[in-house]
Design a binder for this molecule. Structure first.
Ligand SMILES: Cc1cc2nc3c(=O)[nH]c(=O)nc-3n(C[C@H](O)[C@H](O)[C@H](O)COP(=O)(O)OP(=O)(O)OC[C@H]3O[C@@H](n4cnc5c(N)ncnc54)[C@H](O)[C@@H]3O)c2cc1C
Length: 537
């Protein structure tokens, strides 16, 4: 195999996978380097005990918190990255998220692009990832140039009841955007049966619109695309001026034996923590504080959302299988009588006894009348998200042994508390607070600790000022001429909706920019021409 390519992409998740697929049609020689392997299709994919209790698909990495205490981050190294486990909730940020937004703990900074400028790539990403939804239902969303490719996934009867009750109460529930492959006719070998295991589990039938299925599988096998699995990038080398990346150093198999690959353009998309790690470990005489880190911003401004998972228990059974169809943004923005933005409320994947055992075993003991199975059958599950602010001291650093250290303190706690208060009112309104077994308000809930790095972002933000940002508006490093970053590291702020669609949209945008720079076209879908059967493998 040659070690010379036109473009090297590091990481095959939402950012890297999508960018590689965007550029595949250009004919340029692309090397996709992924530290993980394909996630094996096996019965355990859908086994809550394996997934939630034993953490079968979580990497064995050890990271350290600000006190130096080790912890195992909930991070997933596979072809497709974190999207192998994600819930496929593919939301756009609100237009206000692209501007400056005041929060109780500070200001969420403006992006160097407006929502309207970014919008065309949201549409492209929604069509690439085959999102089901209904633009126009959520009063907080921005203008959309095109409707979703597929209609919204219909609510199960219990969720429809809740949606109706919310609407009657003056709330504005909407159908959540879902990245699942429901179109049976197009996918005879593997299509979504709307099972309960979409959120937090890998999809055994490859019917979740994740980055492996949508972006990587379809391009692997094209003559101009090479995927190297189990290939961990350890650092980037530059020429003596530091302006050009000349080598991508790879450890294959963890035996310390290095291989070096070269390309005209290098795109880093290893996820926010690992992208920062690679840049920091690439320090040199030309970049003493880490590659592209003259601003001292690499690794800083780490965000991951102030989130809560909550299960509410009513007397009524909840027979829902696919539950992630409903959301409300009524508290997303400030309003009359509410000074601060509070965030988004959406449904989680349906809980089951096995997963509940793994999540919060002590809480389930508080429902003595029910077995875990009965409790799970009554549960209605929600996910509450409040924006987390980019703070310079919330940061990723790397020690001499290459270990990641994560310093992190929550922001906007009182906004998160405000959202929870509103949520409790909602539960009262839909009858979920009154009819639980303990005859007083009681909800199972868990706060997600620092190890929950699923929504990590912000460690190499883009901006127009090289003194305060790592990347320019095209996500090229200010200080390096051929280095781009295309994962969630580029976020200057994270908003209060799930980040993957924004990473995918941005990756398409950056991919098109790189194609323009190289004088090639991304038109035509080489992946589709290559054959959709690659998807089902
Ligand atoms: C359980 C779970 C549920 C989620 N649900 C949702 C959801 O419903 N909606 C949503 O929007 N978001 C969701 N997310 C978050 C979403 O998956 C991430 O925001 C998104 O995948 C981030 O994209 P990325 O490209 O930055 O990183 P990733 O998708 O993680 O990709 C990074 C890739 O880089 C690889 N890599 C890392 N280090 C190296 C290295 N040194 N060398 C080579 N390769 C490397 C990794 O293995 C990985 O494949 C969820 C995440 C999890 C874990």
């Amino acid at each position: 195999m040659s070690d010379e390519f036109d473009i090297i992409v590091i990481g095959s998740g939402a950012g890297g996978g999508t960018l590689a697929r965007t550029l595949a049609a250009s004919g340029k020689r692309i090397l996709l380097l992924e530290r993980g392997d394909y996630l094996t299709k096996e019965a355990d994919n859908w086994d809550p005990a394996e997934v939630f209790v034993d953490g079968r698909y979580i990497s064995p990495d050890t990271w350290y918190d600000s006190d130096g205490t080790p912890f195992q981050p909930q991070i997933h190294y596979f072809v497709g990255g974190a999207t192998k486990m994600y819930g496929g909730a593919l939301y756009r940020l609100r237009p206000e998220d692209f501007g400056q937004l005041r929060h109780v703990d500070g200001v969420s900074p403006a992006w160097p692009l407006s929502y309207d400028e970014f919008e065309p790539w949201y549409t492209k990403a929604e069509w690439l990832y085959q999102v089901h939804g209904s633009h126009g239902e959520d009063p907080t969303e921005g203008e959309c140039s095109r409707q979703y490719p597929w209609p919204a996934v219909s609510h199960a009867p219990r969720i429809q009841q809740i949606s109706d009750a919310l609407a009657q109460g003056g709330y504005h529930p909407f159908h959540a955007p879902c990245g699942i492959l429901l179109n049976e006719a197009d996918r005879p070998e593997s299509w979504c049966i709307r099972c309960a295991t979409c959120d937090g589990y890998p999809c055994m039938v490859h019917a979740k619109a994740d980055a492996e299925v949508i972006a990587v599988r379809p391009i692997v096998g094209l003559p101009n695309v090479t995927l190297l699995r189990n290939a961990e990038v350890t650092r980037l080398e530059t020429d003596p001026t530091g302006r050009t990346v000349t080598g991508v150093v790879v450890d294959r198999g963890g035996d310390g034996k290095e291989e070096i690959y070269r390309a005209d353009i290098v795109v880093l998309a290893a996820g926010a923590a690992n992208t920062a790690k690679i840049l920091l470990r690439s320090a040199s005489d030309a970049h003493p504080a880490g590659l592209a880190n003259g601003s001292d911003q690499v690794g800083r401004n780490y965000m991951f959302h102030n989130s809560k998972a909550v299960s509410a228990f009513g007397e009524q059974d909840n027979d829902t299988v696919y539950q992630k169809t409903l959301a409300i943004n009524d508290f997303y923005l400030p309003a009359i009588g509410r000074e601060w933005p509070l965030g988004n409320i959406q449904m989680l994947g349906k809980s089951n006894a096995g997963a509940m055992k793994g999540e919060e075993p002590h809480l389930t003991k508080l429902v003595p009348h029910w077995s875990l199975d009965e409790a799970a059958h009554h549960a209605v599950d929600f996910w509450l998200t409040t924006e987390d602010l980019p703070k310079p001291d919330n940061r990723v650093t790397v020690d001499n042994d290459g270990n990641i250290h994560l310093d992190y303190t929550n922001t906007n706690e009182s906004e998160a508390a405000g959202l929870y208060e509103e949520f409790r009112k909602i539960l009262n309104h839909v009858g979920l607070a009154k009819h639980h077994v303990l005859h007083k308000n009681f909800y199972m809930s868990m706060n997600i600790p620092i190890a929950a790095v699923a929504h990590q972002a912000g460690t190499a933000r883009f901006g127009s000022d090289p003194a305060t940002s790592v990347l320019d508006v095209n996500c090229k490093a200010h200080e390096v001429d051929n280095l781009y970053v295309a994962d969630t590291s580029f976020f200057p702020s994270i908003g209060a909706v799930n980040p993957a669609l924004t990473a995918m949209a941005n990756a398409i945008r950056v991919g098109e920019h790189i194609a323009d720079r190289l004088g090639v076209s991304t038109a035509g879908d080489a992946a589709a021409a290559h054959g959709a059967s690659a998807i089902a493998r």
